[in-house]
Design a protein around this ligand. Structure first.
Ligand code: GRF
Length: 187
């Protein structure tokens, strides 16, 4: 059985969708006050949180993450709103075992503002992408992606809501496709 960990920096709605359907070994946040940690508590999922500024270097911070992953024998790291670039220490240990969800149809609109950037550009459709993580920003090999249209009467809020709904469908599909087993009580 493949063991997964989810990394999130803030809200954690993707984490919640994943954890409702799949056993999550733990959630990691790089912010001690992230809402995802409350979600984890409510769902009974173990969580860890520490911040980059608490370490002497990014290498030391990432080594602490690698230690956690190894201790829990994690097979797949699922980034879901983890707002840090994955650095060489984590990549050296886990490249090929880290995936990320991006709220645009890569290679269109990479970076931290995929939804806003697509909206501002006036596209007729955007999308959601799940990809392997490499040393670039949203450049890794694409696993699966889905288009989301921008409707004539969309506001940025309604557009964003539909992008998130697409995310909540895509992440479980991809995990399924990668052979992660669902929770026994999951529908
Ligand atoms: C999602 O849109 C994800 O694609 C992006 O960050 C957002 C995280 O949302 N990388 P949440 O924390 O899962 O609610």
């Amino acid at each position: 059985m493949k063991k997964i960990a989810v990394f999130a920096s803030g809200n954690g709605s993707n984490f919640q969708v994943i954890a409702e359907q799949f056993p999550v070994e733990f959630v990691f946040s790089d912010h001690r006050d992230a809402y995802v940690l409350e979600r984890a508590d409510k769902l009974g999922v173990k969580s860890y949180a520490f911040e980059l500024r608490e370490f002497d270097s990014k290498a030391a911070y990432e080594q602490a993450i690698v230690d956690l992953l190894e201790e829990h024998q994690i097979d797949l790291v699922c980034l879901a709103g983890y707002m840090k670039i994955v650095g060489p220490t984590l990549l050296a240990a886990y490249e090929g075992r880290i995936i990320n969800i991006h709220p645009a149809y890569l290679p269109e609109f990479p970076g931290a503002h995929g939804i806003e950037d697509a909206w501002q550009a006036g596209v007729s459709e955007s999308g959601v992408t799940i990809h392997w993580v490499d040393s670039g920003v949203d450049t890794g090999k694409i696993i699966q992606q889905v288009r989301v249209p921008r409707l004539a009467d969309d506001t940025i809020e309604s557009f964003e809501t539909r992008i998130h709904e697409a995310e909540y469908k895509l992440y479980p599909e991809v995990l399924n496709g990668l052979g992660v087993e669902r929770k026994v009580d999951s529908k």
